[in-house]
Write a protein that binds this ligand. Sequence first.
Ligand SMILES: C[S@@+](CC[C@H](N)C(=O)[O-])C[C@H]1O[C@@H](n2cnc3c(N)ncnc32)[C@H](O)[C@@H]1O
Length: 369
Amino acid sequence: MQDNTSLEILLVTPPGFEEILRAEVTEKGFKKAKILTGGVIIKGGWPEVYRANLQLRGASKVLVRLGSFRAFHLSELDKKARQFPWNDFLNPRTPIRVDVSTSKSKIYHKKAAVERIERALEEILHCEADPEAGLQIKVRLFKDICTISLDSSGEGLHKRGSKEALNKAPLRETLAALSLRACGFKGKEPVIDPMCGSGTFILEAAEIASRLDAGRNRAFAFETLKNFDPKAWKTVKEKSNPCAVEDRFFGFDRDKGAISFATANAERAQVSAITSFTRQTLSNIQAPKGPAGLMITNPPYGTRIGDQKKLLPLYQSLGNKFRSDFNGWRLGLITNSDRLAHATGLDFKKTPIAFSHGGINVKLYQTEG
Ligand SMILES: C[S@@+](CC[C@H](N)C(=O)[O-])C[C@H]1O[C@@H](n2cnc3c(N)ncnc32)[C@H](O)[C@@H]1O
């Protein structure tokens, strides 16, 4: 069992973004961040768990390793699951969801393993299994070692708590923040999204620039734990240090609904004063007065055969607009097709970051600069 000051904390991120997340983790003062596929590992106590949930924009979940034991057979899993110190972390009668993954282990039957863990939790703490529960235990069997982790976040961290109005195909906030960082955005330059939909890039950029905590408007699963320390949580939240910035985050979209969604989302996120959302088609957008900055966007993708051809003119006009009116700016472009990206006629860096978004394989293309 681990002591409570050097817990192993896994910050989950979509594969492809590990390096970018590590940069954020290090910048935000977490020590000795190590990369693994699909995440970054840090060590710390529960206050670090709270802080990671509150502050990290690129992590999709914060998992805490509670302990591990060897289990070759289901009967051994059954016995050791009953001996596990659940009592230290969980309140009795908390609805709980158990998720098991297994590889290279004698126990290969996931459902049977889930049943053993659920039964132990029910007998010891009268916790009822509920697939919809906000609290989730993640059990990983690998080479016969059973590792038990707790999802301290609850709902995915892309849910910042301020976005109610959703347009079609919104980008996850976590991916928007990681993409902004990958494009070199440090909160000190204007950002434009010419096809902003519900405004995800612009809201993230405005919040980053204002140094607002990502999770300030939401609740977390760790707040329901038995060992939750409200005083430590208050201290973590009190360290928040927002700053005033000038108006420089601009979203445009041709769709009226998208603009009203984005505007309402900005109000809820308390960044209306530094963002503007305007109904405008791509061909009519002009660069704002003042210094050059970052244009970042995810235009419609072609997911079906035939769609891509129809979208070629849109990507061509994005390239034309960028070249003619955005001298000195950089472009970050997320799309699922090399053909569409290259239809812009722009020179992109050689290795775009590839990742999955909503089950679609996409890439972040970046111009040099
Ligand atoms: C994939 S969505 C963007 C989603 C957005 N990143 C978000 O998180 O909500 C693409 C957007 O491009 C807009 N769009 C498509 N063609 C456009 C054009 N010619 N001019 C301006 N906006 C356009 C659509 O209305 C749609 O909102």
